[in-house]
Design a protein around this ligand. Structure first.
Ligand code: MN
Ligand code: MN
Length: 272
């Protein structure tokens, strides 16, 4: 039996599956994010740090967490299929991208199991282009597809600092709740269940995370992002960490940041 199917059989309701989605074909500027899942796990298991989250949860060997390895999929649209298998087993998914284009097929699968999703997107970019360089599934477009198809009731974006005139129109059109960096970070986020968290590594200031494809200065600190993760007060039904590009990383520092976010989000998910 293929490794993925064997692991599907080991999932139980309430468990959290972690799976890689090594897909970067819809990156507009630079490929490389497909290599991220492996590098994040390497950093997670690195002898230089332990595997505890800040709240005291040990992620390594946790009985409610299963590393599925990479998801098996034929092409971009097919990413939804293995995600649905995980959700059908009653488990939740934390996926490791890959570029941000994967959010559309991943969230499409979640929308079949959860009504009235709230999505919290942490990102420098709103990814709301109707199309980008001729591709409607570009990593610049997933949240336009998600909102068009009515897959979410609310989309909240934090860290945004790149809105074009077109994207401002899209924000209006879809009723997106945007917290732009120019106005500072929101003191509180009024989140509602069920919540999906989509974490684009470029939400961070590039000074903190050079291993990304699109450098957009003026972003969040690592602690800002951790504070947002820790302040989430509703259950997280699914999450992704995307856009880490190992080709641009320096001394594995961005891999380590992604591994830290992995630990902290997982700790929140196994609690919730
Ligand atoms: Mn993005
Ligand atoms: Mn981005």
């Amino acid at each position: 039996m293929p490794a993925f199917q064997e692991k599907i059989g080991r999932l139980r309701p309430g468990m959290v599956a972690v799976a890689g989605i090594p897909f970067d074909e819809y990156s507009s500027f630079m490929r490389g994010a497909a290599a991220a899942p492996e590098k994040i796990w390497e950093a997670f298991h690195s002898g230089s740090a332990n595997t505890f989250a800040e709240d005291g949860t040990d992620i390594k060997g946790h009985p409610a967490i299963l590393n599925m390895g990479p998801l098996p999929f034929e092409d971009y649209q097919d990413i939804s299929r293995p995600v649905e298998q995980i959700l059908a087993a009653g488990a939740r998914l934390l996926s490791l991208g890959g570029d941000h284009s994967i959010a559309f097929p991943v969230i499409r699968a979640h929308a079949r199991y959860h009504e009235k999703l709230t999505i919290l997107q942490l990102d420098a970019h709103s990814d709301l282009y109707d199309e980008f360089e001729g591709n409607r599934y570009s990593h610049a477009c997933p949240f336009a597809r998600i909102m068009e198809e009515g897959l979410a009731a609310r989309l909240l974006q934090v860290g945004i600092r790149t809105l074009t005139a077109h994207q401002r129109e899209q924000v209006e059109r879809f009723g997106v709740e945007v917290h732009e960096m120019q106005h500072g970070l929101p003191r509180t986020l009024h989140l509602e269940a069920p919540l999906y968290l989509s974490l684009d590594m470029d939400v961070l200031d590039p000074a903190f995370a050079p291993g990304i494809s699109h450098y957009e200065p003026g972003g969040l600190s690592i602690r800002d992002v951790l504070n947002i993760i820790h302040a989430i007060d509703v259950p997280i039904i699914g999450a992704d960490i995307v856009e880490f590009n190992p080709r641009r990383d320096i001394n594995g520092m961005t891999a380590m940041v992604a591994a830290k976010f992995l630990r902290e989000i997982l700790a929140g998910m196994v609690e919730g």
